[in-house]
Design a protein around this ligand. Structure first.
Ligand code: KIV
Length: 296
């Protein structure tokens, strides 16, 4: 008899050692695919833990998925720290990465180190991620690494600066643009990043760059060549309205299930099918008659 996938995942998660940076480097060397997913609260962290993923990112995508902002631009560092603290409470083995939101690292190395330290000290993150591979982002990455905090880079489509990139669209689709992505990725590696995200770049470009990178590359819309893949929790489980980007593969339709569940509950309340006696508490008959006396 074959086991249910959730049972296989739960078994895999039992007794797992915490995922460390050397473990990720080893996975890259061995060609073991690295599984990364975002999480923003205790239940999503518990799902990632039980499924045995390797890296959990408290992405600033949480601005949209759980906080209802129209983009990642408005989310505050304080809000990201609160989400990361909830994730930490549900997570033990995956490497936990906190995403530095726009405005929390660009101004100076000091600001970047201070924001990264908050993720580590207040939320228990193992590492932070920042977007972009230009000179400023690389300087910040170098400064944070210098302060002893591991940094994950992010090139290609970088949603925090999507306006400057011409919108939410694939990057590196001309030789010149792909060469810029390559230069940024190499500069982030040189700055000391332990890993880098490639978002929405042509698969062939990602494949060409893989040969040049010694650190673990995690792809999202970058084809199959990267060392691992990341998807946004709410995208892969269908906890959203609309389809999302073309690179998303949907493994469930929980938004529809949630709506159906709440609608069924509302219907039960309105038609008095809920609650039933088994959903309530009882009082001893003698206590009840004494209460009646007292209330008389
Ligand atoms: O914020 C996020 O979810 C991300 C991933 C898409 C890599 O940056």
């Amino acid at each position: 008899m074959s086991s249910h996938p959730s049972q296989i995942a739960a078994d895999a998660a039992v007794d797992r050692l915490p995922v460390t940076l050397p473990r990720l480097a080893e996975m890259k060397r061995l060609g073991d695919p690295i599984v990364m997913v975002t999480a923003y609260d205790f239940p999503s962290a518990r799902a990632a833990e039980a499924a045995g993923v390797d890296i959990v990112l408290v992405g600033d995508s949480g601005a949209m998925t759980v906080l209802g902002y129209p983009s990642t631009v408005g989310v505050q560092l304080d809000e990201m720290i609160m989400l990361a603290r909830a994730v930490r409470r549900g997570l033990h083995t995956p490497l936990l990465v906190g995403d530095l939101p726009l405005g929390s690292y660009e101004i100076s190395d000091e600001q970047a180190i201070s924001s990264a330290l908050r993720f580590v000290k207040q939320a228990g993150c193992d590492a932070v991620k920042l977007e972009g591979g230009g000179p400023a982002s690389c300087a910040r990455a170098r400064a944070i690494v210098g302060a002893g905090i591991p940094v994950m880079g992010h090139v290609g489509l970088t949603p925090q600066t999507a306006t400057a990139l011409g919108g939410y669209r694939a990057q590196g689709r001309s030789a010149a643009a792909a060469a810029r992505v390559a230069a940024e990725a190499l500069a982030l590696q040189e700055a000391g990043c332990f890993s880098i995200v490639f978002e929405a770049i042509p698969s062939q470009v990602a494949e060409l760059l893989m040969a040049r990178l010694e650190i673990a590359v995690i792809g999202i819309g970058a084809g199959a060549a990267p060392d691992g893949q990341v998807l946004v929790f709410h995208d892969l489980l269908g906890i959203r309205e609309g389809l999302g980007a073309r690179f998303v593969k949907r493994y469930a339709d929980l938004q529809d299930e949630m709506t159906a569940g709440v609608a069924a509950y509302a219907d039960d309340v309105r038609t008095r099918r809920y609650p039933q006696p088994e959903h309530g508490y009882a009082i001893d008959a003698a206590e009840l008659s004494e209460l009646r006396e007292r209330l008389r």
